[in-house]
Design a protein around this ligand. Structure first.
Ligand code: FAD
Length: 298
């Protein structure tokens, strides 16, 4: 075969090879509907955009500690007098309408996001409306990081404590383990401090309590030193998962974060898995790069 023909066949093969994924991406983009749906006035929704609900009022809480207490006491009194229910919303990623009550009052906690670090005791005091990404950005300046959080950083502290989320942190329990204490506004407007020593029953009920026991205001969280980690992954047959997990994760003290994935595509459904982990390494910690989260519109 002539050299020229060889090049043409090579070029055509590359074009055909690239056209398959390109066609697939274009087809998806073409069929994609506008992702942000406008919410009519007087309604709200959660992140799923499947729970459009009419509400009485949406209240943006203030950022200031004193002001929030005054405002929420007033709202609670008003709700009681007018027989209205109150729901509490963080980032609204619990997508079953957990943050919305039909014709009720919705508290948008996101503005309440102030933070202060006690560097001696490694304790962060944080407003329940702050997102994990806010906390990570703040702590980075002190060489610290969050001890336990979910896989994504777009959730609020109040919403995360209220579901008692878990994370990728190896061998660690859910977020509850890092909560030292929090202040809670109860239904009667009283603000109480809850910890393992003080108001212990409320402390246990509120963590994982889906906002049913009051409004979490300020949270004291244990924080850890920031560390440089390197991502690695292994593709494997799911039948070998446990053995590989023991070898690469359990027996490796340098693994800090770990998660697994099963193949869920039509082809080879559940026939392949990955073990993804992050190992501690010596070296400089790269600067945090967080994309600003798209917050749900009200
Ligand atoms: C893509 C994705 C990935 C996820 N990954 C994980 C994961 O790795 N691990 C895990 O455990 N979970 C995970 N989740 C679930 C997630 O942790 C919960 O949905 C969490 O509640 C999200 O936080 P939020 O701020 O959106 O809470 P919201 O949905 O706003 O609120 C959750 C609950 O908390 C209550 N609440 C919110 N703020 C307060 C407050 N200040 N006081 C009292 N109650 C309050 C609300 O009323 C509601 O009942 C994931 C969810 C998604 C969508």
């Amino acid at each position: 075969m002539k050299k020229k023909h060889f090049w043409i066949i090579g070029l055509l093969t590359i074009i055909i090879f690239l056209s398959i994924p390109t066609f697939h991406i274009l087809k998806i983009k073409w069929n994609e509907k506008n992702l942000i749906i406008d919410i009519p006035k007087g309604f709200t929704d959660d992140a799923s955009q499947l729970n459009l609900t009419k509400v009485d009022t949406i209240i943006q809480v203030p950022t200031d500690k004193k002001e929030i207490e005054i405002q929420l006491k007033y709202v609670l009194k008003y709700a009681k007098e007018n027989n209205l229910k109150i729901s509490i919303a963080g980032a609204k990623h619990s997508m079953g309408g957990h943050t919305i009550y039909p014709n009720g009052i919705l508290l948008n906690m996101l503005p309440y996001n102030q933070m202060e670090l006690d560097t001696t005791n490694n304790i962060l005091t944080i407003g329940s409306g702050a997102l994990w990404e806010d906390a990570l950005n703040y702590l980075e300046k002190y060489g610290k990081s969050i001890a336990i959080m979910q896989a994504f950083s777009s959730f609020s502290i109040g919403g995360s404590i209220s579901v008692n989320g878990h994370g990728w942190q190896k061998n660690l329990p859910p977020i509850a383990a890092t909560v030292v204490s929090f202040t809670l506004m109860k239904a009667n407007g009283e603000v109480v401090n809850c910890s393992r020593q003080e108001n212990h029953e409320l402390f246990k009920l509120v963590i994982g309590g889906y906002g049913l026991f009051g409004v979490i205001l300020d949270v004291k969280l244990k924080v850890v030193e920031n560390e440089a980690l390197q991502y690695k992954y292994i593709r494997l047959n799911p039948d070998n998962y446990v053995n590989h997990y023991k070898k690469y994760i359990s027996q490796n003290p340098n693994v800090n974060l770990v998660f697994g994935r099963l193949r869920i595509s039509d082809k080879h459904f559940l026939e392949e898995a990955t073990l993804n982990f992050f190992e501690k390494v010596n070296g400089t910690i790269p600067t945090l790069q967080t994309k600003k989260t798209l917050k749900c519109k009200d």
